[in-house]
Design a protein around this ligand. Structure first.
Ligand SMILES: Cc1cc2nc3c(=O)[nH]c(=O)nc-3n(C[C@H](O)[C@H](O)[C@H](O)COP(=O)(O)OP(=O)(O)OC[C@H]3O[C@@H](n4cnc5c(N)ncnc54)[C@H](O)[C@@H]3O)c2cc1C
Length: 360
């Protein structure tokens, strides 16, 4: 029987595993996907690795992120915001140029993409403690332990542990995983009410030979606010030195519409909008896209409906130990500080790590 099983190999699960490792505590980490990182995803686009999940952290407000980046020896650099900003508010007209200072509020990026953090954390863990492509299906409370049922390529596997930490977005957990006995109504309600941050969003990155916008005095930031907008928010995604050029953008199109568009047509839609905003040079980029709304291990059915602004996270019902200190909920959405962000994932991991210390 395992001492602790962590389910979910996103930043929260990895950070908790790292902390247990540091304390010399044994654990096993189970992950449904064939990669670690969860919502953190960096992909190769030409000669540069670009983020299709989180891109930024804010060291002034996110001390855990700042410390982790430094502890792991990762190189960070400021988000490029220097230059003018484009705004396109009417599909039939030309964009206007505006001046907006510090659009991303002191955000920093990581060289090699956010996945560099995932890679560095994973390297510190004993490889035999990580089990990939295991989807948690149910969790059952037994007298002395917890029993977890995983499915991998149609084969069921029962895993026993003294305690389990579920580092999975609470809404997804409530929707997809069975609990026996069922969880308290207050906990279930809180899980359902907790939006999985950015789960219904989609992102695109486009690699170019040169940062032509910088050469024209533009920042690469653009906002497209008309009703047919494809990408609503665009930003510079070049590497630290600006030698490898790229733009990134968040989709303005809703999940249902995105799902109905053929990938090749989407590529053309993105390209033509970029040309309208930045001119002909923006036409020939290499595109990568990720639609998080169609990711079964990120987005629940309720998450398809966007929240109004950034929700308040950290419902106390999600932070308490369950089943007599044998079951713990984690993940960024359970954090009282930085909830929804990577900072929240680290805060939640630290909270659970402290609680596990108390139940040696
Ligand atoms: C497009 C986008 C942009 C973002 N931008 C930023 C940003 O700039 N800055 C920022 O701070 N944050 C940003 N975020 C949010 C950030 O990505 C999250 O806060 C953070 O990655 C959450 O980490 P987590 O470990 O809590 O959850 P997740 O990363 O969601 O990890 C959960 C893990 O559980 C696994 N899992 C799910 N179900 C099961 C199951 N049944 N069985 C086993 N495993 C399962 C998943 O595969 C995943 O690996 C962004 C997110 C997205 C999608």
């Amino acid at each position: 029987m395992h001492d602790t099983v962590i389910v979910g190999g996103g930043l929260c699960g990895l950070s908790l595993a790292d902390s247990l490792c540091g304390m010399g505590r044994s654990f096993a980490l189970y992950e449904a996907r064939n990669r670690l990182g969860g919502r953190i995803l960096s992909v190769q686009c030409g000669s540069i690795r670009l983020d299709l999940g989180p891109t930024w952290y804010w060291p002034d407000m996110q001390p855990r992120m700042a410390r982790l980046v430094s502890d792991l020896g990762l190189e960070s650099f400021p988000q490029h915001d220097i230059g003018t900003v484009r705004h396109l508010s009417d599909a039939e007209k030309e964009p206007v140029t505006v001046r907006l200072a510090d659009v991303h509020g002191g955000a920093r990026r990581i060289s090699g993409g956010m996945a560099a953090m995932v890679d560095a954390l994973a390297r510190r863990l004993p490889q035999e403690s990580i089990r990939m492509e295991r989807e948690l299906v149910s969790v059952c409370s037994r007298e002395t332990h917890v029993e977890l049922l995983f499915r991998s390529f149609g084969v069921n596997e029962i895993v026993r542990a003294k305690r389990a930490v579920l580092a999975i977005p609470p809404r997804l957990l409530e929707e997809k995983v069975d609990f026996a006995p069922g969880l308290d109504t207050k906990v279930r309600d809180a899980m359902r009410a907790t939006h999985t941050w950015m789960a219904g969003q989609a992102k695109a990155v486009v690699g170019y030979e040169a940062p032509f916008w910088r050469q024209a005095g533009e920042s690469g930031n653009a906002f497209v606010s008309h009703s047919q907008a494809v990408l609503g928010e665009i930003f510079d995604a070049c590497d630290a030195g600006g030698q490898h050029a790229a733009l990134g953008g968040f989709f303005a199109l809703q999940p249902g519409y995105r799902a109905s568009v053929h990938p090749e047509s989407m590529t053309m839609l993105i390209s033509s909008q970029l040309v309208q905003v930045f001119g002909l040079e923006a036409e020939c980029g290499e595109q990568r896209m990720q639609d998080w709304a169609s990711e079964p291990f990120t987005c629940s059915a309720l998450d398809l409906e966007p929240p109004e602004g950034h929700p308040e996270y950290g419902d106390a019902n999600l932070c308490l130990p369950l089943w007599g200190n044998r079951l713990f909920l984690a993940g960024s959405e359970t954090a009282g500080y930085g909830g929804g962000y990577m900072e929240g994932a680290l805060e939640a991991a630290a909270r659970v790590s402290q609680m596990l210390l108390l139940c040696a």
